[in-house]
Design a protein around this ligand. Sequence first.
Ligand code: KG4
Ligand code: ZN
Length: 330
Amino acid sequence: MYVLGIETSCDETAVAIFHSSKGLVHHLLYSQIDMHSEYGGVVPELASRDHIRKLIPLVKQVVQESGLVNADLGGIAYTAGPGLMGALLVGAATARSMAWALQIPAVAVHHMEGHLLVPMLEDNPPQFPFLALLISGGHTLLVHVSAIGQYELLGESLDDAVGEAFDKTAKLLGLGYPGGPKLAALAERGTEKIRFPRPMTDRPGLDFSFSGLKTFAMNTINAAPKTEQDKADIAASFQAAIADTLSIKCRRALKQTGLNRLVVAGGVSANTHIRTALTTMAAGENTEIYFPRAQFCTDNGAMIAYAGCQRLMAGQHEGLSITVRPRWPM
Ligand code: KG4
Ligand code: ZN
């Protein structure tokens, strides 16, 4: 079965086709980053309007370049949340209308389940069960994954998500949007001179808190005028604190659950320093670690097509109503 996947939850219009036995057939993405960067962050109304402009041409392109016609599709998966209400509605309405016209099932996918499952598209996919660390712009989650659809939340951020902390700290350092990759690039030129806190690591539990790191960065920046080198040192020290904190909590979760496989996904899993720190930690715990390829760390259509295909094959699909869930626990 060919499944079309549509992702429009934030600032990327992304479309892919996954086949239940042939695997990933095609995927394309149109990023709105240039449009939003002028405003220093995502402007929800502009995001919705741009998804409207780009989505249908992108669907056509993916279907044509795959050598398929619409009638070859067996189902349509779309991100129904969490995300920006208007942006989600564009994807949901398009997906549901196409499914209705083609008389095929449509399935609503949870955006974070997409991130969680996308490492399954790599050559050496993880076996169940595994521990998943999901680190994106909106979420920081530690999840015990027993099977597709069987998720137990072990810990989450009580305030800012990791990606949000990166983006806000990047803004304080005068870097543009999106801040995560820019801060990571600046950190390469710095040294870990400043001792940032490792929030919530000195008490039991698997929850996180990252808003204090942004405040610590702000106080450090405001304490005295900063040279470019000082800024690079702040970036490196901030990034090291995040990597350390994530490693400590993952080690704790591995010990607590007895799991020996760790999946790391979501936009921040593209960060090289964090990947290295988690890989070193995992090796010390005799744990296999799995990451998506770099382009599937951040939002993409492949993860929605894959997750949707699994759900459709399990017999799940929705009625005709177009509903989205801007807030949606996994
Ligand atoms: O998963 P994603 O594309 O969208 C959400 O679901 O939120 O994640 C986007 C987040 C942003 O906060 C972005 O700054 C961050 O991932 N990010 C990074 C890197 N690449 C993307 N953060 C740190 N280092 C990176 N290399
Ligand atoms: Zn995402």
